[in-house]
Design a protein around this ligand. Structure first.
Ligand SMILES: CC(C)(COP(=O)(O)OP(=O)(O)OC[C@H]1O[C@@H](n2cnc3c(N)ncnc32)[C@H](O)[C@@H]1OP(=O)(O)O)[C@@H](O)C(=O)NCCC(=O)NCCS
Length: 516
């Protein structure tokens, strides 16, 4: 028998739900008599008693089995078909507890027993109703903070961010040092293969990328339609990546091996810059321009924008921006890509999901807004009043603050240096605005440690390099896709579906569904 579990005041007990007095029968009664009594009282069972002591239960189900066996109801005793020594429950037990401990047995009716005597019968259906309106408990569940802030959800060898130190790394190398010393393709190789390439590997990898950057005709043909139907470059490219996945026959990651997944990942990453520039040019009424990989990654990117060979310093600045944004811990878009991969979906599906997450202003959609901020301020002397008003109105200042960095963002520092090196026109003004924003936020939001993030100087650099604002977020995506794919490959290699839980806080179910 399920013992006494003290019921909490808000919970209901078995005693409150049971039918009492119970309908009973004796073991020597005929099945026909017991069955008539059940029908008369409209109950699904009778408790078989010896005096008041329960010794069995006879249910509708037993009667159905009896009839199916061709039994003779007037010649057979209850004792022959009852279930002997049924599980019982005490009236003081919490209904939800009774339900969870009895549900697995498949009983429909449970005798309620107190002091060895039957005092009622409770149906599992009644117990279930009550059990369901209790808040659901997830056995062993761990309560995570909103936004999963600070929660470690996976192990990775791709890279990490150390927010308090203002440091981040790809594999075992400082990302900023890689951006200063290496090419984008080297870092891409590092993220995919786990080590920097040799000279021979570099040249083979550059060739592989060049080949993969040629768009299939079936994608190229449809791009004008996609561009015509899009309001932002990100939307158009998101659609095109989805199509590319289909055209390249990308299969669920769960059905294929590492080599095929890697091939798909290279195909998506190599196509991304080409798709970005093609959609952008088509949206502005111009023909797409094919890439020229021999110019180098950043230079080919700018070539596809204008059709002229860019200044090498400018091309390097764009490439360095792209390198600094390849990966950055378990940010929202990377996490999204991993969640999608964890379902076994194909590489393109995971990248499309990542693009959706990146497009939000709180993630990658902000860089153009940081420049818009500079425009709105207009001149240095207006900065303090403008920023103060905005913050006092409860707005966030775009390009400042970070979910992980609580000190200066190393990407912002690096890009400030890049902006200085290329002589970006907006740099002096941006520097003054940065100082003012940091001061005002320190005064109005003390202790929050808010500094310029990657977006602030990214806008200044891209603007100088001739990238229009509508290409800021897509340019972020042009290289972040490499980080997504490194994470996709890692997730697929050691997969476990990512499936957390939520606490339901709506009206208690089940409420009756109103008639239509
Ligand atoms: C990036 C961002 C979403 C991080 O959010 P977060 O980690 O949740 O930061 P928090 O909300 O914990 O910030 C702590 C406090 O600082 C405030 N704050 C954070 N960023 C701020 C900003 N840019 N301007 C004004 N206040 C800001 C928050 O309102 C919060 O205030 P409160 O304590 O009074 O509620 C947030 O800083 C932001 O919206 N920045 C602007 C958008 C942007 O630049 N995005 C690109 C990121 S790379």
């Amino acid at each position: 028998m399920l013992g006494r579990v003290p019921a909490t005041p808000t919970h209901r007990t078995v005693g409150e739900l049971m039918s009492s007095p119970p309908i009973t029968a004796t073991p020597s009664e005929l099945i026909a008599e017991a069955s008539d009594r059940m029908r008369e009282h409209r109950v699904g069972s009778v408790v078989v008693v010896d005096g008041r002591r329960p010794i069995g239960i006879l249910t509708e189900r037993d009667l159905v089995r009896f009839a199916a066996a061709g039994g003779d109801a007037v010649g057979t005793k209850v004792a022959e078909w009852m279930t002997e020594e049924p599980d019982t429950v005490a009236p003081g037990v919490d209904a939800a507890d009774a339900f969870s401990s009895l549900a697995e047995h498949g009983y429909r009716h449970i005798p309620v027993v107190e002091g060895g005597e039957v005092v009622g019968v409770v149906s599992m259906r009644d117990l279930m109703r009550v059990a369901q309106i209790q808040p659901v408990t997830h056995p062993g569940a761990i309560e995570a903070p909103p936004g999963l802030k600070g929660v470690v959800v996976a192990e990775t060898k791709v890279g990490d961010v150390r927010g308090l130190e203002g440091f981040y790394h790809y594999r075992e190398f400082s990302a900023v040092e890689l951006a200063a010393k290496r090419t984008l393709e080297d870092v891409w190789f590092l993220l995919f293969e786990g080590r920097l390439p040799t000279a021979a590997e570099r040249s083979a990898f550059v060739d592989e990328i060049a080949e993969a950057s040629v768009l299939p005709d079936a994608v190229r043909r449809v791009l004008p339609e996609i561009a015509a139907g899009s309001t932002t470059v990100m939307e158009g490219v998101r659609t095109a990546v989805s199509l590319l996945g289909a055209v390249r026959g990308m299969r669920p990651t769960i059905d294929i091996g590492h080599e095929e997944r890697r091939r798909d990942a290279v195909a998506v990453c190599a196509a991304m810059p080409v798709l970005i520039m093609a959609v952008h040019r088509l949206m502005s009424g111009q023909e797409p321009i094919d890439p020229r990989p021999e110019l180098g990654y950043g230079a080919s990117y700018l070539w596809m924008l204008t059709g002229t060979e860019p200044d090498p310093d400018v091309a390097r600045a764009v490439e360095q921006y792209q390198m600094t944004t390849i990966d950055h811990g378990f940010n929202a878009s990377t996490f999204t890509s991993r969640v999608i991969t964890s379902t076994g979906a194909d590489v393109a599906a995971a990248v499309v999901g990542g693009m959706g997450a990146l497009s939000g202003p709180l993630h990658g959609g902000a860089p153009s807004r940081a420049l818009d901020l500079l425009d709105a301020i207009g001149s240095p002397e207006r900065a303090r009043a403008y920023i103060t008003d905005r913050v006092q109105a409860g707005e966030v200042i775009m390009g400042f603050g970070h979910a992980v960095y609580k000190t200066e963002d190393p990407r912002s520092n690096f890009l400030r240096d890049v902006a200085e090196r290329i002589g970006a026109e907006k740099l002096p003004f941006a520097g003054e605005v940065e100082r003012t924003v940091v001061d005002v936020l320190a005064e109005l939001k003390p202790g929050r440690n808010l500094y310029a993030n990657v977006e602030f100087y990214a806008g200044v650099v891209m603007d100088h390099c001739g990238l229009p604002r509508q290409l800021f977020t897509p340019t972020f995506a042009s290289s972040r896709v490499i980080g997504w794919c490194a994470n996709i490959l890692e997730q697929a290699a050691e997969n476990r579906i990512i499936r957390p839980s939520a606490r339901y806080v709506g009206p208690p179910p089940p409420q009756p569904v109103p008639d239509a």
